[in-house]
Design a protein around this ligand. Sequence first.
Ligand code: ATP
Ligand code: MG
Length: 367
Amino acid sequence: MARVSLKDVSKVFPNGNKVVDSVNLGVENKEFMILVGPSGCGKSTTLRMIAGLEEITSGSIFIGDKMVNDIPAKDRDIAMVFQNYAIYPHFSVFENLAFGLKLRGYPKIEIVRRVNEAADILGIKHLLGRKPRELSGGERQRVAVGRAIVRKPVVFLFDEPLSNLDAKLRVMMRTEIHKLHIRLQSTIIYVTHDQVEAMTMGDRIAVMKDGVIQQVADPMEVYDRPKNKFVAGFIGSPPMNFMNGRIIKKDSSLYFDEGRAQVKIVEDMYEKLAPLLGDEIIFGIRSEDIYDKLFVSDSPPENILRVNCEVVEPMGSEVYLYLNTGRHTFIARAGAHNRPRVNQNMDIVFDMSKVHFFDKKTEETIV
Ligand SMILES: Nc1ncnc2c1ncn2[C@@H]1O[C@H](COP(=O)(O)OP(=O)(O)OP(=O)(O)O)[C@@H](O)[C@H]1O
Ligand SMILES: [Mg+2]
């Protein structure tokens, strides 16, 4: 197994489109790295360059200690499961799994051994004789993964392999790929635009936007300490709430003023925020850090906001409340039995130790 590293890798398409911009990324041996970002940000292009299916415009890619820029795809010892994987409809599952090995001239006995082993790992041994049309979506998905496994590559690349599956099957396959990683002990780079997949599956997440990697860290680090407003808004569901406003000073304390309401900033944040007194700033708070005052026993009066509840969205285990200060709307999560009436005023409390501030111009995290 092997380490994969990208050094200043860029891709400019012939039409002048720079879709990957100086990407630096080190994926450790046996690591499960997630590459996540919105549609069109350059994820598939990055993966295809690692696989050798797309030429690199500048920079270099290493697999292990070897620079692979000039090594053709077939010699890179990488297997890729594509976004729109195609399994051959007229081949049986066995033949689909065996196909790549046959092409590479493996002896028959070795092919049979490897296909059986892969089918065993994926739980599709009983399907080896069937044709793809006789399989469910999830089973077809497993065949596509199986074709990668039989090769025993040093690195697996997955490009949104679950995007064709329904929601329930996605959740199931998510766990299976996770288990597969533990079993195969292989290096995996997994592309998705789904932030839930990103949070739950990987050892680390690389968040990409417009061809640029924004942050690489373990999932909770990305969630708790996003590097900028984009990452803060992209990772987490519902997304982080943002409000524009200013830092003001009252009775020697700092407050965030959003235009209508004001909340008191915790002293830990003074050092970073005091120099920005009076400046425009972006405030961020996650929906789970907002509470209904009725259920908070010792809420400091400075952190209570009077808001209007515009929508109540029951999610089963909890409810999402769409609240309005008169200037900003935002979402709070509350317990399932918490049902404020729509269009009524209510008092809520911010956990000010959990909030974030972003620079208005650069959108980088201040604290
Ligand atoms: N051959 C090409 N020539 C020019 N532009 C291209 C080419 N292939 C892709 N692009 C552009 O490059 C950008 C990145 O594409 P890419 O497929 O890497 O995105 P992605 O992050 O995988 O998106 P998705 O989540 O939709 O799969 C897009 O804006 C796309 O239109
Ligand atoms: Mg893609």
